[in-house]
Design a protein around this ligand. Structure first.
Ligand SMILES: C[S@@+](CC[C@H](N)C(=O)[O-])C[C@H]1O[C@@H](n2cnc3c(N)ncnc32)[C@H](O)[C@@H]1O
Length: 265
């Protein structure tokens, strides 16, 4: 039985970008295309992190207002520096207690966040509260329990060497049925779901390794391991990913997405 780990910390926006931001933009593009929002809307990006998805909204959806909230100052500081995000309002806040008036937005999105929220139902209720009737509440999340996390191979290798596998507090919320139940319970109508699958290629194993070591999640687990254990882990991971030797590494990520409409009230 795998041990559980320390909470996952988001303490560096740049290393997050290399580790997850690239994946986030790949899957986020599919998610945004699927939501197919009208231009000129008021957007709330819940758990905006370092602004990877916020950037897609700003570039492609012509928002009249765009607010991003996240509890990590390091992520927000990185987002605030982005040239395209200078007119975005970033607020340090928690998804479970959004500091906004009812019906203040036309859309609230939660990209790759719901499994980090200790009480996902509270966060969905908050998104419904701050979105006006007829507006959209949408989220997507890696299928953590079904092996859809892009770094599943790293987690499997951690498990193989008896190390704790980094997990967010609510991994079960990424199941499609769990998302559907959350959206139904929150009173949303016109609910749709889909699976998003994306691929990313790392130039070689060193590129992959540097990305993993610098990021949150497994990077935290590796940071507390001794040098010998890290070397052993590295070789096991390489053997798992590149049994035939050097060359680029292409991995897939699979996510579940959901969207619904706020009913009149
Ligand atoms: C995997 S990142 C996703 C960031 C961004 N949405 C994206 O698509 O790249 C998860 C983010 O959720 C944030 N987070 C964790 N707990 C949260 C909470 N209770 N409320 C809001 N955001 C939270 C983290 O700080 C982190 O920035």
């Amino acid at each position: 039985m795998a041990m559980t780990s320390e909470p996952i910390h988001f303490s560096d926006g740049a290393s997050y970008d290399r580790f997850m931001g690239v994946w986030s933009r790949l899957a986020g593009q599919e998610f945004l295309d699927w939501i197919a929002p009208d231009h000129g809307q008021r957007w709330l990006d819940v758990g905006c992190g370092n602004g990877a998805f916020t950037q897609l909204i700003a570039e492609q959806s012509d928002p009249v207002a765009l607010v991003g909230i996240d509890p990590s100052d390091a992520q927000l500081a990185y987002a605030q520096k982005h040239p395209l995000l200078q007119s975005v309002e970033f607020v340090n806040a928690d998804a479970m207690a959004l500091p906004f008036a009812a019906a203040a937005f036309d859309l609230a999105v939660m990209p790759l966040v719901i499994f980090f929220v200790p009480e996902p139902a509270q966060a969905v209720a908050e998104m419904v509260r701050v979105v006006a009737p007829g507006g959209t509440v949408a989220a997507y999340a890696w299928d953590l329990e079904g092996g859809g996390f892009p770094y599943q191979s790293v987690n499997d290798t951690l498990g193989a060497v008896g190390r704790a596998i980094p997990m967010p507090p609510s991994p079960e919320s990424s199941r499609l049925e769990a998302l559907r139940e959350l959206w139904v319970t929150a009173g949303l109508g016109d609910i749709h779901t889909r699976v998003i699958t994306v691929e990313r290629t790392y130039g070689d194993f060193d590129d992959f390794w540097t990305t993993v070591r610098g990021g949150p999640s497994a990077g935290q687990a590796l940071a507390v391991m001794g040098e010998q254990d890290v070397s052993r882990f590295r070789e096991l991971l390489r053997a798992r990913l590149q049994p035939a030797g050097s060359g680029s590494i292409t991995l897939a990520g699979r996510a579940h997405a959901i969207r619904g409409t706020v009913r009149g009230r």
